[in-house]
Design a protein around this ligand. Sequence first.
Ligand code: COA
Ligand code: MG
Length: 296
Amino acid sequence: MTTSIRPRRSALYMPGSNARALEKAKSLDVDCLILDLEDAVAPDMKADARAQIVAAVQGGGYGDREVVIRINGLDTAWGEDDLKAAIDARPDAILIPKVNSPADLERAAHKLALGNAPQTVRLWAMMETPLAMLNAAAIAACGRDPEVRLSCFVMGTNDLAKETRAKLNPGRAVMMPWLMTCVAAARTGGIDILDGVYNNFSDLDGFAAECAQGVEMGMDGKTLIHPKQIEACHAAFSPSEEEVAWARKINEIFALPENASKGAIQVDGKMVERLHADMGLRVIAIADAIAARSNA
Ligand code: COA
Ligand code: MG
């Protein structure tokens, strides 16, 4: 379960085999980095990428950026070695691909415990298989189990399209039931959820539209594939000044003595309930946490 608010507006993937990208990441204004050993790395390069990622994470220099290592699945030829190496590297989180059920996370968590990984090393889960869509609530419940230490869902829309044969088209109409099911599941588990990637990184307008859709859906942030996508992503997922001002205003008004016993009040011609004030507190906390970051 996430205990303190941490902005996860942007999570940039980079191939673990790409030394230049691993270095460049230290200067990018991004909330999270996903150093990948899985889909972005060819089989011949897996061992080199693993060594390179361990050296990069141990070498540090990533500041406040949350550093996440995506390993290969534990049923593949590389998974066990990846997990051992990732545990030694002590990243902020280890991202498990193609999670189908809680057992997949429990298996990884067991290895973390055996490897004496501190609780600061969290697990993240790729939600990208048909079975994961059907088991989303059970998987998210791992967020309530301190032994599993699950903190975040990451939507893997490319794999989901491949495995289901559903089309990943602009607007993502057919994906919507799965995406929203995972949002609901994430909330029940008290964890964050990051939206899938937008493959056409040259189309910044299409990307901005998909970010706006993710915000509307309640996603906490979006996974990215190229540095070009960071700015629009942050513009979409950061609370606007107006939102923060409104959040402060309604909380101040509810705090007035004359409103102490009221559940619903009128502000600027709109009904405002205490639940809106609570939502506002989250907006303020996110805005404060963004302001406190030193990466920008
Ligand atoms: N992370 C960090 N830096 C990146 C980056 C990334 N994901 N993608 C590109 N860059 C850097 C390049 O190294 C280059 O830096 P330089 O100018 O200092 O040399 C700069 O950004 C411009 O890159 P560009 O030439 O536009 O792209 P490319 O052709 O080198 O790479 C991709 C295109 C798609 C191969 C690359 O963006 C990539 O590997 N993305 C991530 C893929 C991935 O991890 N997929 C798995 C999950 S979906
Ligand atoms: Mg994948």
